[in-house]
Design a protein around this ligand. Structure first.
Ligand code: SAM
Length: 218
C-alpha cells in the first residue's frame, strides 16, 4: 500500500472511532503527508495511530490527538492561530490547511527541531501560511497577538498567563495541564471576557513537558 492509501485508511479509521468529524479537518488530514514529518527510520509507521520520536526526546503527536485537537479548536478559514510546541511542524501544517485565509505561528524552543520543522513544511509544499518561530512559547508570541485560537502541544503545570492575555475575547485555547510532568488533563479554555476564562476538561492525556518561564523548569 502506498503512502496515500495508508493515509486514507488512517483517516477512515479516525472517522470510524469518532475523532474526525468535520469536512475541513478530514480534508486537511487527507492532504498532509505525515511521513514527510517523521524521521526516515520511522516512516514505515507514519500512518499508524501513535506518537513517534522526532529526536531531542520529543515526539510527533498521535494522529488521533491531532484530529481531536483540531476538532475542538473549531477552526475557521480566516483564523490566526498560535501553536506552542511546533515539533516536526505536522500539526501546524494540518491547521495551516484548515485556516486557508488565516495564519499559523508555531513556536518551538529547540532550535534544531524548529529548523527541521521549517524544512518539513517546505517539502510538504502545502502550507505557505505557517511561520515557525524559535523561542519560549510559554510567553506566547506577542508580535502577532492577539490570536483567535491557541493550542499547546506540551504539558504545562498551569495555564501560562501570557497565553490567556494573547487570546482574543471569545477565543479558544487547548492546553494539557497537570501536576505531574508526564500526565495531564486536556483543557479547553474559552476567554469569555477580558479578565474571565471558562475551562472544560476534555479528558486525560500524556504529553511531553512544556519547558519555559511559565512552564516546567529545565
Ligand atoms: N505539534 C508537534 C508536531 O506536530 O510534531 C508535536 C509537539 S511535541 C509533543 C511537543 C513540543 O513542544 C516539543 O517539540 C518540545 O520541544 C516543545 N516545547 C516544549 N516546551 C516548549 C516551549 N516552552 N516553547 C516552545 N516549544 C516547547
Amino acid at each position: 500500500m502506498n503512502y496515500e492509501e495508508q493515509r486514507k485508511r488512517l483517516v477512515e479509521y479516525l472517522i470510524s472511532i469518532g475523532y474526525l468529524k468535520s469536512d475541513s479537518v478530514i480534508e486537511a488530514m487527507l492532504k498532509v503527508p505525515r511521513h514527510i514529518f517523521v524521521p526516515e527510520e520511522y516512516r514505515a509507521f507514519a500512518y499508524e495511530d501513535r506518537p513517534l520520536p522526532i529526536g531531542f526526546d520529543q515526539t510527533i503527536s498521535a494522529p488521533h490527538m491531532v484530529a481531536l485537537m483540531c476538532e475542538h479548536l473549531d477552526l475557521k478559514q480566516d483564523h490566526k492561530v498560535l501553536e506552542v510546541g511546533a515539533g516536526s511542524g505536522y500539526h501546524a501544517c494540518v491547521i495551516g490547511c484548515i485556516v486557508k485565509d488565516g495564519i499559523v505561528i508555531a513556536v518551538e524552543r529547540i532550535k534544531k527541531l524548529a529548523e527541521r520543522a521549517k524544512e518539513n513544511i517546505k517539502k510538504a509544499s502545502l502550507c505557505r501560511n505557517v511561520k515557525i518561530v524559535v523561542g519560549d512559547g510559554t510567553k506566547g508570541y506577542e508580535k502577532e497577538a492577539p490570536y483567535d485560537r491557541i493550542l499547546v502541544t506540551a504539558g504545562a503545570p498551569s495555564i501560562p498567563k501570557p497565553l490567556v492575555e494573547q487570546l482574543k475575547v471569545g477565543g479558544k485555547m487547548l492546553i494539557p495541564v497537570g501536576e505531574s510532568k508526564y500526565s495531564q488533563e486536556l483543557l479547553l479554555v474559552i476567554k469569555v471576557e477580558k479578565d474571565r476564562i471558562e475551562k472544560k476538561n476534555l479528558g486525560d492525556v500524556a504529553f511531553v513537558p512544556l519547558v519555559g518561564e511559565y512552564g516546567w523548569r529545565e
